[in-house]
Design a binder for this molecule. Structure first.
Ligand code: ATP
Length: 402
């Protein structure tokens, strides 16, 4: 089957140009090259594509330096597997060497070996991702359907290529549910059985791989439905017993939508906020989210311990070291009274500033030394209880304390 017509219909003219230049250059260099994976799947589904993935039977690392110099190619990055991101004709293209993967043990990253193009298709996750289409002139747009993926696209099902697929790589459990939710496809019967058998191996995945998969789900258009589909198989609890379920996570993410916080991490703030304070440290470690999240988690714990009845200066004292993000996030789920205390802190108490400094106090006769700091903090506490003051007013108050 030749997919040139489909290709022309689904991709932009700039993408088409990039692919034809690549084909022409690889012809010149005598290298076989193919569009692969999700790129071909989406073309077959008539969807527009954002990623152009190309596999070569050669190492892509400095291949572009051999291109005809009339083409401007920018090498963007090179990954640990020898994949190269390049920019050509305004398009970002992933060039990868055809490879074979050997999994030393479940959950671990594979050992990668140079291989034939057919081996590269055999290592893929699902039949609907194991397509390729030639870009050299001799097989331009000829479809290679490695394992009956076309039939699966037609019957709208997702099927693994071999029975131990999920054992080799349990991230495929997240992937199968993500594609199923995105495309509205069923999981083929045997694939579902293998997936269920592989669930317990999710616990072996590293934090980075786990976070990566969860982040990919967060960025899906219908992420809510996908997260809820994880609940059916308790996928999150296989990752860590403290992890929230997808239904709660979806609700908490919605609550955080309107907050002015870094959107890249917002969903993980929602995630962490749902974990009990006793478990947060372990959960953040499990996800390998780093120190910023550790501080966030411990800040949430402190906010959750706040009493409803506190003086303004007690409130200030308890919150002054807490990050604004933690206060905003906790504000979405604490009691109404605590929420109004958090608002009071953010909108008023946290904005009260000392306009006088140590020199002013020394000028008023306070001897240099620790007393200067004491008198300044008394003045600040006074304002926190009674409201902000101008600089001359602050000097009057400070004088009273001396
Ligand atoms: P998306 O549309 O989300 O970008 P994609 O299908 O392009 O999806 P990628 O994660 O970009 O997916 O991966 C590109 C291709 O690499 C996939 O289509 C699949 O063939 C292969 N692949 C990616 N991850 C795995 C994996 N864990 N196991 C096997 N094959 C994989």
């Amino acid at each position: 089957m030749n997919i040139e017509n489909l290709l022309k219909k689904t991709i932009t003219s700039s993408q088409y140009r990039a692919i034809t230049i690549l084909g022409e250059q690889f012809d010149r260099l005598g290298i076989r090259a193919f569009l692969v994976g999700g790129t071909v799947r989406d073309i077959l589904l008539g969807k527009s594509i954002t990623d152009i993935d190309v596999v070569l039977e050669a190492d892509p690392q400095d291949i572009t330096s051999k291109f005809d110099p009339k083409y401007k190619v920018e090498v963007h990055s090179v990954s640990q597997f020898g994949t190269c991101k390049i920019i050509l004709s305004d398009q970002t293209i992933d060039l990868a060497m055809a490879r074979k993967e050997v999994y030393p043990s479940p959950g671990e990253l594979p050992v990668v070996e140079h291989a034939s193009f057919e081996d590269d298709l055999a290592r893929r996750d699902f039949s609907i991702n194991a397509f390729a289409a030639g870009i050299n002139s001799q097989d331009w747009c000829e479809l290679i359907d490695f394992d009956n993926g076309l039939a699966d696209l037609e019957s709208k099902q997702i099927r693994v290529l071999y029975s131990k697929s999920f054992q080799d790589d349990p991230t495929r459990i997240f992937r199968v549910l993500r594609y199923s939710g995105r495309l509205g496809f069923d999981i083929e019967k045997r694939t579902k059985k293998y997936m269920i058998e592989g669930l317990r191996l999710i616990s072996l995945l590293s934090g980075v791989r786990l976070t990566n998969e969860i982040r990919k789900i967060f960025s899906e258009e219908n992420s809510g439905a996908i997260l809820r589909s994880l609940d059916q198989y308790e996928v999150m609890s296989y990752a860590h017993e403290s992890f929230p379920n997808g239904a709660d996570l979806t609700k908490r993410r919605d609550l955080l939508q309107s907050l002015q916080i870094d959107p890249h991490n917002r969903d993980f703030y929602a995630f962490v906020s749902l974990i009990s304070s006793l478990e947060r440290h372990n959960a953040i470690e499990r996800l390998n989210l780093g120190n910023e999240f550790m501080k966030f988690g411990s800040d949430l714990g402190k906010i959750e311990l706040l009493e409803e009845k506190v003086s303004r200066s007690e409130l200030h004292d308890q919150l002054k070291q807490i990050s604004e993000i933690a206060i905003l996030v906790a504000g979405t789920y604490v009691s109404r009274k605590i929420k109004s205390n958090l608002d009071l802190f953010l909108q008023e108490l946290n904005k009260i500033d000392l306009l006088i400094d140590g020199q002013d106090l020394i000028g008023l006769g306070v001897p240099e030394g620790p007393r200067v700091g004491d008198e300044l903090s008394k003045t600040l506490s006074y304002m926190i209880e009674s409201g902000p003051l101008s600089k001359p007013e602050q000097l009057i108050v400070a004088k009273k304390f001396i």
